[in-house]
Design a protein. Structure first.
Length: 165
């Protein structure tokens, strides 16, 4: 059985993960509008990955006899100043998710909930990967600046991704 405090915190995190998924899907639409199908595909896969994260927590709560309580998700931005602004926002968002995961981890430690600790170790490692990948994308977008050919090459590279990791 999971404590009510942890259950509530995990339910909030489900909302955070679904909010991230919603943001990434909005970014996919933005990139489609710029004729950048590789960026759009990459963001759609990010959407799938964040949804899978929410479901991982959902299933964990169910397995622990907890109660899942879905929260409202605010509408994400649909317009972004530039490709760089959009990917920088995605990186900032991942950094906030990392902070949320760390706070959950601290709560699980405080409550001596070892099962939650194991789950959150997986999420902490996942966030390292998420931030590293987005930092690289942001760096590459900044390197090409206004070079259309460079942006198209980067678009092709991001479009080669085949799975939500």
């Amino acid at each position: 059985m999971i404590s009510t405090t942890l259950q509530d915190a995990f339910n909030k995190q489900i909302g955070n993960e679904l909010s991230a998924a919603h943001l990434y899907l909005s970014m996919a639409a933005f990139f489609e509008s710029l004729s950048l199908p590789g960026f759009a595909k990459w963001m759609r896969l990010q959407h799938q990955e964040e949804t899978a994260h929410a479901l991982k927590i959902f299933d964990f709560l169910v397995d622990r006899n907890g109660r899942v309580s879905l929260q409202a998700i605010n509408a994400p931005a649909s317009e972004f100043e530039s490709v760089e602004a959009a990917v920088a926002l995605a990186l900032d968002h991942e950094r906030r998710v990392t902070a949320d995961i760390y706070a959950l981890h601290e709560l699980a430690q405080k409550e001596r909930d070892y099962a939650s600790h194991v789950l959150l170790e997986w999420f902490a490692a996942e966030q390292v990967e998420e931030e590293k990948t987005l930092e690289e994308v942001v760096d590459h977008v900044r390197m090409v600046k206004d070079d259309g050919a460079g942006l198209l090459i980067l678009d092709q590279r991001l479009g080669s991704r085949t799975t939500a990791e």
